[in-house]
Each structure stands twice: as structure tokens, then as C-alpha cells.
Design a binder for this molecule. Sequence first.
Ligand SMILES: C[S@@+](CC[C@H](N)C(=O)[O-])C[C@H]1O[C@@H](n2cnc3c(N)ncnc32)[C@H](O)[C@@H]1O
Length: 431
Amino acid sequence: MFIGVAPLSRICINTTMPTLDWIGKAAVIDCHRGVPCRVLVEDKALSAGDPQTGNLLVEGDNLEALTALLPAYAGKVKCITIDPPYNTGFAGWAYSDKASSAEWLCMIYPRLRLLREFLREDGFIAVSIDDHELSHLDLVMQEIFGAENRIACAPWKAEPSGGKQKGFVRVGHEYLLLYAKGPALTLAREEKPVVGVSFADRWGAYVKGREYLKWGAHSERNDRPDMWFALTAPDGSEVWPIRNDGRQGRWRIGAQHMSALKTLIDPDWMHWEMRPFAKGVTVDGMDKRWVPYEKVRGASRTFGWGSWLDGVGTNADGTAELKAIFGSKVFDTPKPSSLIRWIIGLCPEKDAIVMDSFAGSGTTGHAVLDANDADGGRRAFILVETKAEIASNVAAIRLRRVINGYTRQSGKSGYVAGTGGGFRYCRLSPP
Ligand SMILES: C[S@@+](CC[C@H](N)C(=O)[O-])C[C@H]1O[C@@H](n2cnc3c(N)ncnc32)[C@H](O)[C@@H]1O
């Protein structure tokens, strides 16, 4: 059955999964398999630093470059981050400034098919996109990567001032569409410093955590009778989970929970405070009672990543970063390297291979170099950029300056020390 018929594309619902169909799709479904094989030829004059790092900047169309790279890198890349032209009418796409969605899909589809073959079983891809092609892209990625492997569509606050006024709503965000290769995906967890009042006990420093008394809905004794039991306070008295309003409540944990068992042996396992009941409430003649809290130890706790990307750099930061390196605007749509650092930070491994086949000004390479410099990692980047003048005059020069160090040409003054590392600059041999 076909629904949502548009002039050039339509959503096809079959019994298993909706897929997107468009004019030209049949011709590109397997076209990545028929690309002539070429080899990479290094241009040493444009390479920089240590050639042994594994970093590559390839000048060429990514369908051909990826085909050349596949034999060596199939199944080896942990993280792919791409920022393809958004098809918004902005120059930057080798084919057309503003193509139909069908043409754009014909461009992206075989490239995504090919990119998937590079991913490790535990790898993932993050695609930057905005509202123009988001819905098409998401359907196509579901088809190629599997709906079950969709990690998130993370909105990224790209223009904090709210973006340019184009309609009734100023759109100030873009997206990162994240897909895993498959169920073996591994991602790092975000570490956040524990904030709160600090205390110390005989085991060392800790921060006061959550109260053990359950609050809000389902917080009465009858809701969970198994969580109504006495703990022992530091003064040896029995403490029952009595709510603020004097009614019988319940703990957040059961009597068999490790924290409860340990506290029954040693009250110091929890943090205790004598807290008043609500105004006018007394229980057994007392207007206050002992309340236990969890003790949180260690400098940081781990969380799953939040999908709302605010504070990871803006488009203006990307432009400022490039201007500081070159002194003038040499590329129109650079991403901030902090956004790519966020993506790289999802990789638990410090030796991950990170690929970007729409490299533009080389932000992904910059972010990888910075990440290695910061933590001593040995991540490697593989970048592909089709426009020779951007690859050689922008990305290669940027990366060389980041590696060797440079004096800021705009913004904050001062010298930025080199990250070290290096890369090989390659072109494709004739077919
Ligand atoms: C939106 S820009 C990427 C900007 C990049 N994220 C940065 O921070 O500089 C897209 C880039 O992809 C390049 N590109 C477009 N089609 C390509 C293709 N078929 N193969 C390789 N690169 C391509 C464009 O020349 C452009 O530089």
C-alpha cells in the first residue's frame, strides 16, 4: 500500500516496516557495488606530522573514496559522523544547490549503504541534518540500519538566538540522527560530578544523596507493605518510614535490599538527619524524627547521555574556531569541534577509528586530534572531501596548524599549542 503520495517520493507501508520510495531509487539501491575500484595515492606535500598515526584526509567523491577504503577498513570503524549538505539551497553540494528530495536521496542512499559496511558490530553513526530532509533521512536510515537500531534523534541548539526568521517560528536547532550498527552497540556513559553538601565518615568523603523515604504517589504503607520496616538510627532507636504529614509511609527500598541490610548492621551506612514533621504534626509526642539519606561516594556518577544537545557549541562557534586559525572566513558551514568531541565522547575506546565522509573544513579531524591530546588516546580519523580546494586549502591547512600549533588570527589572542599527531593527504588514482 502507498500512502502520502508526493510528486517525487512516497512512503510505502508493507507488512513489516514503512519504507520510502522515490523516483530513481531503484537505480541507486546497489550502485555502490558498481563503483570502479581506485587506490589512494599520497601527496606528501600536503600531508603533515607523523605519518604513522593512521589519520587520512582523502580528496575525492566519497562514493569512490569509500570504495577504495573499504577493503582495509570494513568492520573496523567505531564511529561515523557525517554532516552532508542539508539540501537547503545552500552551495556545498557537488550536484546542485537545491535539488529535489529525490535527487538528494539518490545521493545519500548509496553512501549510507557503503558507510554501514565500515562499522564495527558495536559501532554507530551520527548524521547531522535539519528539518528539510530529516523525515526522509530517518526513513532511509531505518531501512538501511534497521528501525530497532535507532538510538536517538537528538536536537542540537545550533543558533541560540533562535535562527533566521523564515516563517512564523524561528528554528534555532538542527539534529543528530544516531543509529547503531546492531545490538552489540557499546557507548560510553556520561560522567557528571556529584553536586551536593559534602560530609565525611570513617570511610572518607561523601555527598548527601536521595532520601530513603518514598515521596509523592504510592508512598503510603499500604502501597508497598514490604517496604514498611524499621531501620536503626545512630542513637540506636528504631526508625519507621513515617511521612512528613505523620502518616505511615514506606521506604524506597525493600528490607532485603543491600543498603537496608547493611544499615541494619551498621547505621553509618546511611546519612542521618533529625528532620521536623510538617507544621503542627506530632507522632508519639514528637515533632521531629530521624530521616535517612543515601551516601554518594566518588567524584562523579555516570548517567546515560541526554539527547538535548545544548552547550556543545553552536554554528557561530564553528565559524569563530576556523577564523581563529585562518584569520578570515574560509568555509561557510563548519560545525563546532566541541559538537564532534561530544560524538567522539560516546566511544568508550580511546583508540577508536572515527570516519567523516563529508569532511568540509576538517572539523572531525580537529576534534579527534584534540581528544587525543586531552587524554593521551590513539584515535584515528578518516576524512573524505570532494572539493579539492576545500580539502587542500582548508582542511589540510587547518589540521596541519592544529598539529603544529598556531597563533590565533582572530578572537582571543595567543598561541595555541600543537596537539601533535599527523595525517596523510591522499587522492584517488585514475580508474
Ligand atoms: C556541510 S559541509 C560539512 C562541513 C563540516 N562538517 C565542517 O565542519 O567543516 C559538507 C561537505 O561535504 C562535501 N561533499 C559534498 N558532496 C560530497 C561527496 N559526494 N563526497 C565528498 N564530500 C562531499 C562538500 O564539499 C562540503 O564541504
